[in-house]
Structure formats: structure tokens, C-alpha cells
Design a protein around this ligand. Sequence first.
Ligand code: AP5
Ligand code: MG
Ligand code: ZN
Length: 213
Amino acid sequence: MKIIMLGAPGAGKGTQAKQIAQAYDIPHISTGDIFRANIKEGTELGKKAQEYMDKGLLVPDELVCDLVVDRIHKDDCEKGYILDGFPRTIPQANALDEALAKDGEKIEFAIDIEVPDENIINRMSGRRSCKDCGAIFHVQYNPPKKENCCDVCGGELILRDDDKAETVKKRLDVYHEQTAPLIAHYKEAGSLHEIDGTQDIKVVFEEIKSILG
Ligand code: AP5
Ligand code: MG
Ligand code: ZN
């Protein structure tokens, strides 16, 4: 099962991808998480990526495409995978299509979670992520059982550096300009499924499961 998650920053890609990965026993591959892990470890890739991420801009395609193509050829991807945050430009989608076509494969499900811009800023300011395991919470919509403490591993919950209101606005502009055109790309390929992401987290997940079967 090869799945990609589309949607604006804060639409709920990560929240849903984690649950899908668990339910279908396939790896959750988030390029944002990969870059954040590299930033934390102080790698060269992390240093380069951070320059763009802090400004709300996309990391250049050449730093992303090979990394993802290598990752999806690892053994744990044999049964499939869920890509979260990739592709997010037309050249990235083309690079993915070409890499898959070499093995006679394609993306089977492109799940687009739709949330209007007005709802996004509020969602981002309330997001809290676990600094150790990356679990995602929201102070209002998905609160942890104990304040500032991860339900999964007990780690500390933190705000992401790029969730400041000005940076979120820039990320939304970048989304509309560079990533939204992928909706038409996957519609044409026949794999697009659009979901109303303003519904409750559990309802969104049920709808995704009914699509994936
Ligand atoms: P990335 O980490 O991918 O961020 P993003 O796409 O901006 O999306 P987010 O992770 O912010 O949101 P999400 O949709 O996962 O929402 P979440 O589930 O957390 O990328 C970060 C940066 O890395 C980019 O800006 C770029 O610089 C770089 N990058 C990454 N990939 C790249 C690529 N391929 N090419 C180039 N650059 C790349 O939910 C948000 C909040 O809402 C949470 O608090 C959650 O609890 C809550 N929530 C979720 N669903 C609901 C719901 N249904 N109702 C109410 N609240 C909800
Ligand atoms: Mg995410
Ligand atoms: Zn945790």
C-alpha cells in the first residue's frame, strides 16, 4: 500500500499518518521529521535544511528527492509506506513517479486533507509535539492526559520553531503556490481522495480507513 498525504501545514497529515502506519503496519516517512532529527543531531543536511525551515520556505528539491527515493527502497518498505510531507512540489512528484515507474509501481492513494487557512493559525499555536518520540497533541483538540507530558513515552512537549504566526503565514503562502498544484497532478493520475479535515480527528481517520479498505 503506497500512500501520500497532501494538505496545508497543520491540516493533520502527521496526526493521521501515525495512525494509518500503525493500523496498516507500514512505515510513516515524514520529511519534516527527518529534517528535524538532522537539525537536532547537527548534521550538514540539518544545517542546510534549517536555513529554509526557519523562514517557512521549502528545502530545495535536490536535498529531498534522493533522500526519499533511497528511503522507500529499504526493506521495511516492501509492503508499502506512507509519505507525509513529500512530494510537495511538481518536480518532487515527477521524481517520485519516475522512481516508482522503474519498478512498474505507482502511488495508489493520495489523501488530501482539506482545512481552510482561517483554521490553521489556531491549530498551529495550540500544537505540542513530544521532543523524544514526535507524538502530536493539541492543547484544545487533542490534549495530553497530563499537561506538557507525552502520553506515549512521558517526554516533554514542545512548540515547533516554525509554528510562530508569521512563519505559519509564509508556510501557507508557499503551500498554495508550490504544493497545492499536486492536487491536480494526483487527480489526473486517478489516485486523489479529498477529505474534510475540519472534522474531529477520529472522524477523519474513519474516512481514511474507508478509502484504504
Ligand atoms: P512538515 O513537518 O512537513 O510541516 P507541514 O507540512 O508544514 O505540516 P505540519 O507538520 O505543520 O502539519 P500536519 O499536517 O502534519 O499537522 P499535524 O498532524 O501536526 O515540514 C516542515 C518544513 O520542513 C517545511 O516548511 C519545509 O521547510 C521542510 N520540508 C519538509 N518536507 C519537505 C519537502 N518534501 N520539500 C521541501 N521542504 C520540505 O496537526 C497540526 C495540529 O492540529 C496538531 O496540534 C494536531 O493535534 C491538530 N489536529 C490535527 N487534526 C485535527 C483535527 N481534525 N481537528 C482539530 N485539530 C487537529
Ligand atoms: Mg507534520
Ligand atoms: Zn513521546
